[in-house]
Design a protein around this ligand. Structure first.
Ligand code: SAM
Ligand code: DTB
Ligand code: SF4
Length: 345
C-alpha cells in the first residue's frame, strides 16, 4: 500500500490528509514510515480508517470473550521485567505447582457459565517439561468437550511439544513478542527475541492459531510501539489474535513504577493494529481495570474486538463481572460466537 492523500473526503473544509487503506488487502510488507504515518493521522481520520477495515471483516458490535486461568503460578526462572511471577523479584506472590486437571475443568465450566467462549490457560514456565504435557493436553481435551475454544501460554515450545498440543486439538497458542526487537533486551535477558519468533514459527507451522502481541507502558518509545506492530504485521501469517496489554504495574518488579500510557496514544495503537492486521482479532488485554469506560469504548471503536472477562487475569485484577456487564449493555456489545475470526485456521 502506498499512503495516498484523500483530501476533502472526511473533512470537506479542506486541509485534512488521511491514509487510504484498502480494507480487502492483507499485507506483510509494512514499512515503519507507513505505520508511523497512520499513527500520526488526525485522530478522527485514523478512527475512520480503522472502522473501514474493522467493518469489512467483523461485526462492529461483537467482541470475543475469553477467561484466563493461571494453571501454574510463580517461581518462574525468567526475568521478564513486568512479571509478578518471576522468581527473580520479590512480589509477594505465592508459587504453586501445576493444577489438577479436574480443578481446571471445573474453573472452565464456571467461566463458560459466565459467558466466556474461549478458555486461556497460562503457566509460569520458561518452557514446559515433557512430563507436564499429558496433563496440559488433558486440560485442552476436556475444555474442548465443553464446546469452548482453548488457548495455552506455556513459554517456549519444542517441535515435539507443539505436535502434542496440535494433536490434543488446541485452538490458539499465546506467545508474545512483548515489544520491539530493540527495546526487548531492556526488559528481558533470559531469552531472546529470536527464541520467541522461533516458537511462533513452530506453532504456526503446526496449524495452531497464533496469539501474539505485546505490552505498552514499559518505558518504550513511540517508535518501539511501531516496531512491535511492524514485526507482528510482517510475520509470514498475521497472528490470528493480537493482544495489546497495557502494563499492570506490579510492586517489586523492575517496571513496577513505570509511567502511565496516555489513553489516546493507546487507542491510536489499537487502531493501527486493526488497520495493519485486518483479519486478526485485536485483544484489549491486560489493563482494563485501570481504564475508564470512555477509553475502553474508544478502543472498541478503534477495532479492538476481544477481551478477558472474569475478575482475575493471571495474578492481577480485571474488572468485576457486573461492572463489565453494565459497560457492555451501555455500548450494545455482544459476545462474538466461537470460531468466527475470519483468519482462523
Ligand atoms: N510464561 C509464559 C510466557 O511468558 O510465555 C506464559 C505466561 S506470561 C504471564 C504471558 C504474557 O502476559 C507475557 O508475555 C506478557 O506479555 C503478559 N504479561 C505478563 N505480566 C504482565 C503485566 N504485569 N502487565 C501486562 N501484561 C503482562
Ligand atoms: C496476554 O497477552 N495477556 C494475558 C495473556 N496473554 C496470557 C496475560 C496478562 C497478564 C497480566 C498480569 C497478570 O495478571 O499477572
Ligand atoms: Fe515467566 Fe512468563 Fe512471567 Fe516471563 S512472563 S517471568 S516467562 S511467567
Amino acid at each position: 500500500m502506498t499512503i495516498q492523500t484523500r483530501i476533502g473526503e472526511t473533512k470537506p473544509q479542506g486541509g485534512a490528509v488521511s491514509a487510504r487503506t484498502n480494507p480487502d488487502e492483507t499485507r506483510h510488507d509494512w514499512t515503519r514510515e507507513e505505520l508511523q504515518a497512520l499513527f500520526d493521522l488526525p485522530f478522527n481520520d485514523l478512527m475512520f480508517e480503522a472502522q473501514l477495515v474493522h467493518r469489512r471483516w467483523f461485526k462492529p458490535d461483537e467482541v470475543q470473550m475469553s477467561t484466563l486461568l493461571s494453571i501454574k503460578t510463580g517461581g518462574c526462572p525468567e526475568d521478564c521485567g513486568y512479571c509478578a511471577q518471576s522468581a527473580k523479584f520479590e512480589t509477594g506472590l505465592k508459587a504453586s505447582k501445576l493444577m489438577e486437571v479436574e480443578r481446571v475443568l471445573a474453573e472452565a465450566r464456571r467461566a463458560k457459565d459466565a459467558g466466556a467462549t474461549r478458555y486461556c490457560m497460562g503457566a509460569a514456565w520458561r518452557e514446559p517439561k515433557d512430563r507436564d504435557m499429558d496433563m496440559v493436553c488433558a486440560m485442552v481435551e476436556g475444555i474442548k468437550e465443553m464446546g469452548m475454544e482453548t488457548c495455552m501460554t506455556l513459554g517456549m515450545l519444542s517441535g515435539q511439544q507443539v505436535h502434542r498440543l496440535a494433536q490434543s486439538g488446541l485452538d490458539y497458542y499465546n506467545h508474545n513478542i512483548d515489544t520491539s526487537e530493540e527495546y526487548y533486551p531492556k526488559v528481558i535477558s533470559t531469552r531472546t527475541y529470536q527464541d520467541r519468533l522461533d516458537t511462533l514459527e513452530r506453532v504456526r507451522n503446526a496449524g495452531i492459531n497464533v496469539c501474539s502481541g505485546g505490552i505498552v507502558g514499559m518505558g518504550e518509545s513511540p517508535s518501539d510501539r511501531i516496531g512491535m506492530l511492524m514485526t507482528l504485521a510482517n510475520l509470514e501469517e498475521h497472528p490470528q489474535s493480537v493482544p495489546i496489554n497495557m502494563l499492570m504495574p506490579v510492586e517489586g518488579t523492575p517496571l513496577g513504577m513505570s509511567e502511565k500510557v496516555d489513553p489516546i496514544d493507546f487507542v491510536r495503537l489499537i487502531a493501527v493494529a486493526r488497520i495493519a492486521m485486518p483479519k486478526s482479532v485485536v485483544r484489549l488485554s491486560a489493563g482494563r481495570e485501570h481504564m475508564s469506560e470512555e477509553t475502553q469504548a474508544l478502543c472498541f471503536l478503534a477495532g479492538a474486538n476481544s477481551i478477558f472477562i472474569g475478575e482475575k487475569l493471571l495474578t492481577t485484577k480485571n474488572p468485576e463481572a457486573d461492572k463489565d456487564a453494565k459497560l457492555f449493555a451501555k455500548l450494545g456489545i455482544k459476545s462474538m460466537p466461537a470460531h468466527s475470526c475470519p483468519s482462523e485456521k
